[in-house]
Design a protein around this ligand. Structure first.
Ligand SMILES: *Cc1c(COP(=O)(O)O)cnc(C)c1O
Length: 468
């Protein structure tokens, strides 16, 4: 991939469409063409050298889910009279996810746990933040505030932007990568709608001190959203397997909502996530009604209008065919591989692990430029995520890494890449420009430059090249 913009691909292989073809193409020809492309693109992760992205990587499971998806893909979840099974799928996905998050502990305190199935992690976070905004507004808070650890996902920043909320960002401890509850407490005031903790966060996969945050939230009478988008479907099984996982679910008093992505370690197709609430009254703040529209009485549970029942069905099918045993066994393999990768990092004296997540291996260096390591690992087929502040790399361990030889290959490639970095000390690393951070943070001018480049990237990613 020499083009960092990933601009219009395949222009040399296929004609570029700039208008709808007058006559439709033959289905078998289209299928053959797409099969070729998909098979080629799947090579990016099939070797087991790619961080995150593909969580199960088992073709039989994906083929099965696609078959299920196909049975219901054309049905609309908004029209339950025509497709009542949507209620079975959605209700049972939520019941299973709530059970995994120990919602029984919430019921025991007299609340009614409930949830929504959304289109992804960001969407789950947006729905939760919308609920907290509405709840705060009902209490007379005009501009409700979200307090988040610096490591919490940008979806919270997006929610503040979209919903007219204020955002306060609390720094994390550079060694543990965790937020300090006292620093969060210092930010709580009369406008606070919700505080955030991650289980685990995206950069390091670490779990914030949720019990302490819960105590704070309960004491202050504000919400605590736990972002389990990444960890929600793996940490409960890590706990069952005996790993030291701090409690983060509804067993913790003060936790009022949790997001958990079925399209990550839930092993579903891309396009679904769950957002779970300790009490239905908060969930219902995202309900929307237009009772007096000419088109009829309109209502929807969340921000979406029409939704494909296919995604509900395939998510449900992923959960019921794997079962708790299936998830536990996959978690066992992933956690073992992650421990192996972490050992390989530890064996390099110039590298250090960042955080102690059981399934995300993040590493940095105080001696060499970690982006030189990234360049050399890239050349060997590895695809990590680049982190900044401090510059670091991470690999979120997933199904494709469970094949034989991945840990070995990582270990020897890492040793060679560290040598490469030592040789190039003092020269700029290629991948640093796109992923690395500038010490001291961004100046306004640098920030403007970067957003201009990112704008060009996004423009390019949805545009066909101009005609010759
Ligand atoms: C992936 C992720 C999200 C956002 O999920 P999307 O599905 O990409 O919208 C939120 N939080 C964490 C911790 C994540 O890893």
């Amino acid at each position: 991939m020499s083009d960092p913009f990933h601009a219009y691909p395949y222009r040399d292989d296929y004609p570029v469409l700039r208008a709808m073809p007058e006559t439709g193409r033959d289905r078998s020809e289209v299928l053959a063409e797409l099969h070729t492309i998909a098979a080629q693109e799947d090579q990016a992760w099939e070797s087991g050298q790619c961080s995150g992205t593909i969580y199960l990587g088992n073709t039989e499971h994906y083929d099965f889910l696609s078959d299920v998806f196909g049975q219901f893909a054309h049905q609309n979840a908004l029209q339950r009279d025509m497709c009542p099974s949507a209620t079975r799928f959605e209700g049972e996905i939520l019941a299973m996810a709530l059970d995994l998050m120990h919602a029984d502990a919430a019921s025991a305190t007299g609340t009614t746990p409930a949830g929504l199935v959304t289109s992804g992690g960001t969407d789950s976070i947006l729905h939760a933040m919308l609920c907290y905004r509405e709840d705060a507004r009902a209490r007379g808070v005009e501009r409700p505030t979200i307090i988040k650890p610096e490591t919490a996902h940008p979806a919270f920043t997006k929610a503040a932007h979209l919903f007219g909320m204020d955002l306060r960002v609390v720094p994390v401890d550079p060694t543990t990568t965790l937020v300090d509850p006292a620093a969060v407490a210092a930010e709580i005031d009369a406008n606070t709608a919700v505080i955030i903790g991650s289980a685990g966060n995206y950069p390091y996969g670490t779990v914030d001190p949720i019990a302490d945050l819960g105590a704070l939230a309960a004491h202050a009478g504000v919400g605590l959203h736990v972002d389990g988008c990444l960890g929600g479907f793996i940490l409960p099984f890590a706990e069952e397997l005996g790993y030291a996982v701090p409690q983060f679910d509804f067993r913790v008093p003060g936790v009022t909502s949790i997001s958990a992505d079925t399209h990550k370690y839930g092993y579903g197709l891309k396009g679904t996530s769950t957002v779970l609430f300790r009490d239905k009254a908060l969930r219902n703040r995202s309900y929307f009604f237009v009772p007096d529209w000419s088109g009829g009485k309109y209502f929807s549970p969340g921000m979406a209008g029409s939704r494909s029942v296919g995604l509900l069905a395939s998510t449900w099918a992923s959960m019921v065919t794997l079962g708790r045993t299936g998830y536990r066994e996959r978690a066992r393999g992933i956690l073992e591989v992650a421990a192996g990768l972490a050992d390989a990092v530890r064996s390099q004296p110039s590298l250090r692990l960042v955080g102690d997540s059981p399934f995300v291996v993040a590493f940095a260096s105080d001696e060499i430029d970690i982006y030189h390591v990234n360049d050399a690992m890239r050349a060997r087929g590895w695809r990590f995520n680049g982190l900044q502040y401090p510059n670091a790399l991470h690999i979120a361990v997933t199904g494709p890494q469970l094949q034989d030889g991945v840990v070995q290959r990582f270990s020897s490639d890492l040793a060679a890449s560290v040598e490469y970095a030592v040789e190039r000390e003092g020269t700029p690393a290629q991948s640093a420009a796109l992923y690395g951070g500038v010490p001291g943070g961004l100046t306004p001018a640098a920030s403007m430059f970067i957003t201009a480049v990112m704008t060009q990237m996004m423009d390019a990613q949805q545009t066909v090249p101009s005609g010759a």
